[in-house]
Design a protein around this ligand. Structure first.
Ligand SMILES: [Zn+2]
Length: 170
């Protein structure tokens, strides 16, 4: 009895996992990515979760079409898992958002001009705008998407306190 028990134990120790390819999943709240791999022989799994570190607008929304966000996760400690990006159509079409369109001839958005605004979730700033001052859109609670022109001088505090904002510079 003892002998056969030892043989069993040895076989267990000699098992070398045959890992399948890792699978990655972005959480529904978009805050984390979970990596999982499973041994094809014994069904043991390894899993690890990394935070999403970087989110950027990879395709802006149009009137009728969704915009795309890219989510980039942190590195994993397990070297079998690689840093991953996900793209999701997470920005609603402009026609489905409450959009604040700035006037075409606007050059400057003054400091704190739209602070604490809660009636819009998207803002479109036209190409002619040259300056967005400090706190211009500070603490706009529901602000989700902002389109800015390329050559605009934007204060680093312009969107302070806008926790869910995604800014696209065109
Ligand atoms: Zn195994």
């Amino acid at each position: 009895m003892t002998g056969s028990f030892e043989v069993c134990l040895e076989q267990t120790e000699e098992h070398v996992h045959v890992w399948g390819d890792p699978a990655y999943e972005l959480s529904l709240d978009r805050h984390t990515v979970t990596a999982t791999r499973t041994c094809e022989d014994c069904d043991e799994t390894e899993t690890e979760t990394a935070y999403v570190l970087n989110v950027f607008v990879s395709r802006p929304p149009t009137e009728d079409e969704y915009g795309e966000l890219t989510y980039e996760c942190d590195t994993f400690e397990n070297p079998a898992f690689t840093q991953t990006t996900f793209t999701e159509d997470d920005i609603s079409p402009l026609s489905e958002m409450d959009v604040l369109y700035m006037p075409e001839d606007l050059k400057v958005i003054e400091a704190n001009a739209f602070e604490n605004v809660t009636y819009c979730d998207a803002i479109i700033v036209p190409d002619g705008c040259e300056t967005i001052a400090a706190g211009a859109f500070a603490n706009c609670e529901y602000l989700y998407y902002v389109r800015l022109p390329k050559d605009c001088d934007v204060s680093p505090d312009a969107f302070e306190g806008c926790k869910g904002v995604h800014i696209y510079v065109e």
